[in-house]
Design a protein around this ligand. Structure first.
Ligand SMILES: NC(=O)c1ccc[n+]([C@@H]2O[C@H](COP(=O)([O-])OP(=O)(O)OC[C@H]3O[C@@H](n4cnc5c(N)ncnc54)[C@H](OP(=O)(O)O)[C@@H]3O)[C@@H](O)[C@H]2O)c1
Length: 245
């Protein structure tokens, strides 16, 4: 192994005080291939350094220390400055912030001419593989009934889930028409997605079950470690992590 391979990738975490940000910071501490060099939240930090990581307010983003990849799990109104920072510095961005506008989506495409950008609505590596399997099954079974059934905890307000719609888009790419959707809201279910293909006499079910929210932070860290070596462009999670799938 050469020295370059051992140098940790320097991460800037944006949205650090949030649920995802805290999981990213905790899981990054367990890895030796990445090192968080700056943590940004909207508010002024209570402590300037926490667990050896410098803490900043989003208003201070322009003076960010040097980094290799920014990992953003914030809110849509925080997204533009972190994309602009990455574009100006020529650094990669991994973002899971949801609810972006079509203008923000177009800005990702523009920025991808100069930097590597990964944006995904779901950073579970299992869902990334499921999406590709669903696309292929839909292409092979165009005449079958197709249903996407999702189950989440009772506090989740949107239905169908963003992941169900993402899987439905893969069905539509595969066979040219949308599936039907069904949603269950019950108990504390973290997230379950079933894509069912049915024909007279047989059913094919592809299922993903999430039992812990850490899977999203873990997938984002894997993507950050991988994207640091990539050429400029916009990458989906599956194509970045499983290019030979
Ligand atoms: N793609 C996926 O796999 C996935 C999985 C889970 C969540 N998400 C998405 O990730 C995002 C964060 O989720 P969460 O549950 O961690 O939310 P959260 O707990 O509400 O945390 C939001 C974080 O963003 C910061 N923030 C808010 N507005 C900002 C701004 N204008 N500039 C900079 N930072 C800002 C907040 O800072 P303050 O605390 O200072 O306000 C906080 O650190 C959401 O968009 C959510 O939908 C995506």
């Amino acid at each position: 192994m050469n020295d370059t391979a051992k140098t940790p990738i320097r991460l800037l975490v944006h949205g650090a005080s949030g649920r995802m940000g805290q999981a990213l910071l905790r899981l990054a501490r367990e890895r030796d291939d990445v090192r968080v060099v700056a943590a940004y939240s909207r508010s002024q930090p209570a402590q300037r350094v926490k667990d050896e990581v410098p803490q900043f307010a989003a208003a201070e983003l322009g003076g960010a220390p040097d980094f290799d990849v920014a990992v953003d799990f914030s809110l849509p109104d925080g997204f533009d400055p972190v994309l602009a920072l990455c574009a100006a510095r020529g650094k990669a961005l991994v973002s899971g912030t949801t609810g972006l506008s079509s203008a923000q989506n177009a800005a990702i495409n523009d920025a991808a001419a100069g930097i590597a950008v990964v944006w995904a609505a779901n950073y579970s590596l299992g869902v990334a593989v499921l999406t590709e399997l669903v696309r292929r099954a839909a292409a092979a079974l165009p005449g079958w009934d197709c249903d996407v059934v999702e189950a989440h905890h009772t506090r989740k307000l949107d239905a169908p889930s963003g992941t169900a719609l993402h899987l439905g888009a893969a069905v539509a790419i595969g066979r040219g028409s949308e599936p039907h959707y069904a949603s269950l809201r019950a108990g504390d279910i973290v997230g379950e997605h079933t894509v069912q293909f049915a024909a007279p006499g047989e059913r094919l079910e592809l299922i993903h079950r999430a039992s812990n929210r850490d899977i999203f932070a873990r997938g984002a860290l894997e993507a950050a470690a991988r994207v640091a070596q990539q050429a400029p462009g916009r990458y989906g999670l599956a194509e970045l992590m499983f290019p030979n799938l």
